[in-house]
Design a protein. Structure first.
Length: 217
């Protein structure tokens, strides 16, 4: 196809196109093209394929600070540090955020600090279910609490914690935030809590937390 201003070469023509709708969805489509993309040349732009209204939306996730230092630990003296999670999804309808650790807090000599099991040893908290963990009874370990509008509902209050999913144990990252809304900027505060026993080996303990944001749910 050509005109005084442009020429289009293609391997096929669209068989059909239009707008389709039902009670649950609306769809604008074209059928038959060999490639769907945005094509350009001097003087024109052609978008071929599904109309993607969110293609130019900014989807971002930030975690602050990037490094958390618990300092010198004292047995039976829990230490808490916070992370700020911020997500912006533009025109993308919804999002989810998951988190996991690469391994338990550990030293180069392979000493470890176990993840918390919370207060009840016969009914421990899990990577998907927060339970109460307070400072009574000498409960040791590492865990996190979440506060924010879109956080998982099992974080009933600031005393409810979960252990982190452990990638070294082949555990899947656990979902911590979810929304079905678009054009939101959501924030959450993650409180990291660490408590060690008098028998804990001395050393520098480290691990890495990985946060994954998925656009659309």
């Amino acid at each position: 196809m050509s005109s005084p201003n442009f020429r289009i070469q293609g391997g096929n023509l669209n068989m059909t196109s239009g707008n389709k709708a039902s009670q649950n969805f609306n769809l604008s489509d074209v059928v038959g093209q060999t490639a769907s993309s945005l094509f350009s040349s001097k003087g024109y732009l052609i978008q071929s394929g599904f109309l993607n209204s969110v293609a130019g939306s900014l989807f971002s996730l930030s975690i602050y600070p990037a490094v958390v230092d618990f300092g010198t630990l004292i047995p039976n003296s829990p230490v808490e540090k916070t992370l700020q999670i911020t997500i912006s999804n533009g025109d993308v309808p919804g999002y989810s955020i998951s988190v996991a650790e690469d391994h338990e807090l550990s030293t180069l000599a392979q000493a470890t600090i176990a993840n918390t099991s919370c207060n009840l040893t016969n009914q421990p908290c899990t990577i998907n279910k927060a339970l109460r963990w307070d400072d009574a009874g000498g409960i040791y370990g590492f865990g996190f609490n979440l506060a924010g509008n879109s956080v998982a509902r099992d974080f009933t209050d600031k005393s409810f914690y979960r252990p982190f999913a452990n990638l070294n144990l082949k555990e899947s990252p656990a979902q911590i935030m979810v929304s079905q809304q678009k054009r939101v900027i959501d924030q959450a505060i993650m409180t990291l809590k660490l408590n060690i026993s008098p028998e804990q080996a001395v050393g520098q303990y480290r691990n890495t937390l990985s946060f994954t944001a998925v656009a659309g749910i």
